[in-house]
Design a protein around this ligand. Structure first.
Ligand SMILES: O=C(O)CCC(=O)C(=O)O
Ligand SMILES: [Fe+2]
Length: 365
C-alpha cells in the first residue's frame, strides 16, 4: 500500500521495492533532482526491420529509457490491434460473470512444495479475515506456462506434468480460455523479439538471451479495477515487479490510473494511449545489470469513476536457468554469485507473502 505522510514537515512516499518496504522523500523546488516527468515513447516499427542498424538504433533508445526511467511506451509494436480490442472485451465480459462462475477457478493448493505460480481467479480484497484486510481493490485472473495446456505445444515431461492453470468450465465462461490464449501467444512472440532489443541495448549479441529463454516463465494477469470511492483505497499498491520485464495494455480511462514514481517522490501518471504497450523493467533485469537499469516503483489508483481493465504480461527466463550480474556491470574485487531464476522468483513470492498483505497468496508481479 502506498501513502504519502508528513513527518516533521517532510513528505515521504512509501512502497515495496524488491518486496521490501521502502520510502522516498518528496523533493520539491531547489531540493529536487533531475528525473523524468513523463514516459518516453519509442517507435517499435524498427523491431521488424531486416537491417541490424535499425534494430541497434531502437536498442539505443530502449537502453536510455531503461536506464533513466525504467518505463516506456512501445508504439507501433505490430501486435494485432483487433485482437487487443477483443481481449479487453473478453475481460469485461469475464469479470462481469457471476461471482460463483469465477470462483470455480479460485482454489490454490496448500502443498508445501508448490509451483512458482498457480493460475486462478483472484478475488478482490482477499483474504478478508485472518490477517488485516487486503488493501487491493482489484480482481484478477492469472495464467502462465503450463505444458498440460495443449495450446502451448510443450512437451509434457515428469517435471512439467502437473497442471498449473485453471480454466472455468461453465458454458457462459468458455470464451475466456481462447481469448486469453490469443493474447498470451501474441505477447509471448513480441517479448522474444523485445529480448533481442534488450540484448543489443546491453551491448550483447542479439541472441545472447536465447539459451536461457527456451521455455521462459511467463504470465498473463487480466485485471479489473473497479472505480475507487476514496483516495485511501488502492487498486494495486506501490511496488516493483519481480520478473525480468512486464508489458501492460491498459483500457481507456479519462483519468490516468497507473502512476510511476520518479526520483523526487512524485507520481507521474501513465495516460492510456491507444494501440500502445507500457513496458517496464522489473527487479530481475535491474539485478543482472548491477542496478544500471531501473525497476521503477508504480501503483494503480482508479479515481475517475470508470471501470478499468489491464492486461499485464510478465516475462522471466527459464525456471531452471542460472544467471548473474552481466560482465560489463561487474566491479573489480566484488564477488558475484549465480542464482537460479525459479529460486529467485520463489524467494520473491515468499517475501511478498510476508510483507505485502495484498499479495499473501502469491500475487506474481
Ligand atoms: O494495471 C496496471 O496498469 C499495472 C498493473 C501492475 O503494476 C502489475 O500487475 O504488476
Ligand atoms: Fe506492476
Amino acid at each position: 500500500m502506498s501513502t504519502t505522510t508528513t513527518m516533521t514537515e517532510e513528505a515521504w512516499v512509501h512502497y515495496h521495492d524488491g518486496g521490501i518496504p521502502g520510502r522516498r522523500r518528496v523533493l520539491m523546488g531547489t531540493a529536487s533532482k533531475p528525473t523524468f516527468s513523463e514516459l518516453p515513447r519509442i517507435d517499435f516499427q524498427r523491431i521488424y526491420s531486416d537491417d541490424l542498424s535499425d534494430r541497434q538504433q531502437l536498442a539505443k533508445e530502449v537502453g536510455a529509457a531503461c536506464r533513466d526511467v525504467g518505463f516506456f511506451y512501445a508504439v507501433n509494436h505490430g501486435v494485432d490491434d483487433s485482437m487487443l480490442k477483443e481481449t479487453f472485451e473478453a475481460s469485461r465480459k469475464f469479470f462481469n460473470l457471476p461471482t460463483e462462475v469465477k470462483m470455480e477457478v479460485r482454489s490454490i493448493s496448500r502443498r508445501k512444495a508448490r509451483p512458482q505460480y498457480e493460475g486462478r481467479y483472484i478475488a478482490p480484497r482477499f483474504p478478508p479475515s485472518h490477517k488485516l484486510t487486503c488493501p487491493d481493490l482489484k480482481e484478477g485472473f492469472l495464467m502462465g506456462e503450463d505444458a498440460t495446456d495443449p495450446e502451448q505445444n510443450r512437451a509434457v515431461t515428469p517435471s512439467t506434468a502437473s497442471p498449473r492453470n485453471q480454466w472455468p468450465t461453465h458454458p457462459s465462461a468458455l470464451f475466456w480460455r481462447p481469448a486469453i490464449y490469443r493474447y498470451y501467444t501474441a505477447m509471448y512472440t513480441f517479448s522474444k523479439r523485445l529480448l533481442g532489443i534488450f540484448a543489443l541495448a546491453l551491448d550483447l549479441p542479439e541472441h545472447a538471451f536465447d539459451a536461457i529463454t527456451t521455455h521462459p516463465m511467463t504470465n498473463v494477469r487480466a485485471v479489473h479495477y473497479p472505480p475507487q470511492a476514496s483516495e485511501a483505497d488502492v487498486g494495486i499498491g506501490a511496488h516493483t515487479d519481480f520478473c525480468w520485464f512486464t508489458l501492460v495494455c491498459q483500457s481507456h480511462t479519462e483519468l490516468p490510473a497507473l502512476e510511476v514514481l520518479n526520483a523526487n517522490g512524485i507520481w507521474v501518471p501513465v495516460r492510456p494511449e491507444p494501440h500502445t504497450f507500457v513496458v517496464n523493467i522489473a527487479d530481475f533485469l535491474k539485478l543482472v545489470t548491477g542496478g544500471t537499469w531501473q525497476s521503477t516503483v508504480h501503483r494503480v489508483r482508479n479515481m475517475g469513476g470508470e471501470e478499468r481493465y489491464s492486461l499485464p504480461f510478465f516475462f522471466s527466463p527459464n525456471e531452471d536457468a542460472r544467471v548473474s550480474v552481466l560482465e560489463q556491470f561487474r566491479k573489480e574485487g566484488e564477488v558475484y554469485e549465480e542464482f537460479g531464476v525459479g529460486e529467485y522468483f520463489q524467494q520473491r513470492l515468499d517475501i511478498d507473502r510476508t510483507t505485502h498483505l495484498g499479495s499473501e497468496e502469491g500475487d506474481e508481479k
